[in-house]
Design a binder for this molecule. Structure first.
Ligand code: MG
Length: 370
């Protein structure tokens, strides 16, 4: 069994995008002739002109993400909403839920509410530690309970939530994964909020055709026996980067299947974007369930220029995304500084350099794409 530090050091993942320029900066000039003139009391009273334009429609800000978009589907290579519009969601992934990893207490409703309120996050990800120490294999009830806390909190506020079997080895014990997702599908299969991510990151030693595809087909069959429609997201070898290989031999026979692509901006660049573009062109729907501003080991400085390139890529291709991670561990990927409260409330001074970048991306990251 690999230690956490080793595990993380082999973790090479993905990246993300940013919709720029979504923020309307247009401010409306105050044109009303409000009283307050201190000039001559002889000023004649002038009636305001009648309103001739249309009354502006209410914004969507009062709507929850579920009210806005409803149940998700896969249409071609896009994630679409209940009106069949291509959409992208944006949010943050929790850290491994494993007992002893130090981030268990952040599996709480307060942080979900905070990220929804302050970051406009519409997407959450319960990264349930499936193996390694203190995981589902050792302590199923504790880890499921943590995941349920985040899932329930996201459902309560009308957000989307990914149920992630956070593993690098899941195809070695498919029966445990089936057990877990059977429970999740029974509990949450009727909720439009829920997305199943059945295998976080197969290693580069796994084979798509021999290992990951057969595993995924078993898992999909098990989930679909209970839940006919919610989105299922499939991983690929090389820490969910081999989407181009998957595109040559995709899973067939099921609806609403998407594929994850993970990137870390400090490590990955044009080569992985080219693989991803190839997969999109071949018709795969891609969903960035995990990305980092830093190196693939979860640490290092924010790669600002690369983050910008990735954000533009995600924006261009309408890729939903969840940043790694909701954590106060002393490493680059964490959104909270070490020692920051895990129960809240949080303020901007609690945020890391990465979080400041990610917050802006997430704030502008949810939209109808076309
Ligand atoms: Mg369903």
């Amino acid at each position: 069994m690999i230690t956490l530090s080793l595990l993380e050091s082999i973790k090479i993942i993905m990246q993300k995008f940013i919709p720029i320029a979504l923020l309307s900066t247009a401010t409306i000039a105050l044109s009303a002739c409000t009283s307050g003139s201190t000039t001559s009391s002889a000023t004649p009273v002038i009636s305001p002109p009648p309103v001739s334009g249309p009354v502006s429609a209410p914004t969507n800000s009062a709507q929850t993400p579920i009210e806005r978009f409803g149940a998700l589907s896969v249409t071609g290579n896009r994630i679409t909403d209940s009106q069949n519009r291509p959409i992208s969601l944006s949010g943050v992934s929790h850290f491994w839920s494993n007992t002893g990893y130090g981030q268990e207490a952040l599996y709480n409703p307060q942080v979900v509410q905070y990220l929804a309120d302050e970051w406009n996050a519409t997407l959450f990800r319960a990264a349930m530690g499936a193996d390694e120490n203190g995981s589902y294999l050792d302590e199923p009830e504790a880890n499921v309970k943590r995941a349920q806390t985040v899932i329930d909190a996201a459902i309560d506020i009308g957000a989307y939530v990914i149920i992630d079997f956070h593993s690098h080895h899941a195809h070695e014990y498919p029966e445990k994964a089936i057990e877990f997702f059977t429970q999740m599908a029974k509990q949450y299969g009727d909720k439009p909020n829920v997305i199943y991510e059945i295998y976080n990151e197969p290693l580069n030693t796994a084979n798509w055709a021999k290992d990951v595809k057969p595993y995924s087909e078993r898992l999909i069959a098990a989930i679909r026996a209970i839940d006919p429609d919610n989105l299922i997201i499939v991983g690929s070898p090389t820490w969910s980067q081999d989407v181009d290989i998957v595109a040559q031999d995709p899973i067939v026979g099921y609806d609403n299947i998407a594929y994850t692509m993970h990137f870390y901006a400090g490590t990955h660049g044009e080569a992985l974007r080219a693989k991803t573009k190839k997969a999109l062109d071949a018709g795969l729907a891609i969903f960035v369930t995990e990305w980092g501003t830093i190196n693939a080991n979860g640490d290092g400085a924010v790669a600002h220029q690369s983050v910008k390139q990735w954000t533009e890529f995600m924006d261009k291709h309408c890729l939903s995304n969840a940043n790694w991670s909701v954590s106060n561990k002393a490493e680059g990927a964490s959104i909270f500084k070490p020692g920051t409260t895990q129960k809240g409330p949080w303020k901007d001074s609690d945020l890391t350099e990465s979080a400041k970048v990610v917050k802006q991306i997430v704030k502008n990251g949810t939209r109808v794409c076309e």
